[in-house]
Write a protein that binds this ligand. Sequence first.
Ligand code: KG4
Ligand code: ZN
Length: 339
Amino acid sequence: MITLLGIESSCDETSAAVLRDGTLLSNVTVSQMAHIAHGGVVPELASRAHQQLIVPIVEEALKQAGVTRSELSAVAAVYGPGLIGSLLVGLSFGKAFAAGLGIPFIGVNHMEAHLLSHFIDEPRPEYPFVNLTVSGGHTQLVLVRGTFDYALLGETRDDAAGEAFDKVAKMLGAGYPGGPAIDRLAAEGNPRFVSFPRPALDDDSFEFSFSGLKTSVLYYLRKVGYRPGDSPQLMRDVAASFQTAVVDVLLAKLMRAAERFGVRDVAVAGGVSANSELRRRLQMEATIRHLRAHIPRFDLCTDNGAMVALVGYEHLRAGRTSPDDLTAHPDLQFAVSRA
Ligand code: KG4
Ligand code: ZN
């Protein structure tokens, strides 16, 4: 029996989970509130909040799982990419916790964790599959050929998809976190109200670009003299028009990749995969093309300890553990080859 504790602390979510032989027993996540007043993540506040939360959250994850410390086989924690101060809290805690119990420690790449979040619940994707990870810091299209066999098809040239959601939400005065705010507004808006550009939609590459789209929204708001609070309906219509443009591009590239590589399974992970339009349209597009669509349940879309435990489990089964002197890497790259 392999029982793992997984810890996530790369940005502004403090999370811990317990996984036993691949089955999730608990997943406890706190989205830090300290950033709301600032309209974005403040790194200094994030690391302090992780320090306050890490012990009670790990205790709660063990309690909910009904697992004692002595039953743990290993501890896994994220060591990058992410905010250095945030990473240091989870990584140092995880290493010390493992050392205290005399069990192995596994450092986990946050992007690999999002990618493998599809393997927590049934039905799991079959290899090979194409996955799109869309989060606050990344937009990556990856061909997953097998366990630990990843080929990077394309990334964003500028802003990440989640970053664009957050910035447009700020322009609209929609609040923080921006993605969920836009999602809620868009539900009551007209997606055809403004025809924003679909960057890189028609080029043959698997690269993305969201900075031009974000700037178009800014110019549009300036042109119409938008001021937050003046017109709730305009706010909803712009949110819907922006969201549709992003989803159009994301799905077009994902489906094109599926066709190019002849896969049967397509998947979307990362915080933006919580978006309701993306979820709905992914299912629709996949059905039309006779593909199987995978998208994690909500609490496994945004940052969570469960996906970290899952990656730790896979590495442990493959006999891979981390050296004692593993350090945090804010810019940790994803160990992938180019397709
Ligand atoms: O994966 P994640 O929790 O953290 C990172 O690794 O970055 O992703 C956070 C991002 C944020 O940009 C947030 O605005 C976005 O995911 N997000 C959403 C939604 N929920 C979270 N974007 C669009 N629609 C949502 N419902
Ligand atoms: Zn993430």
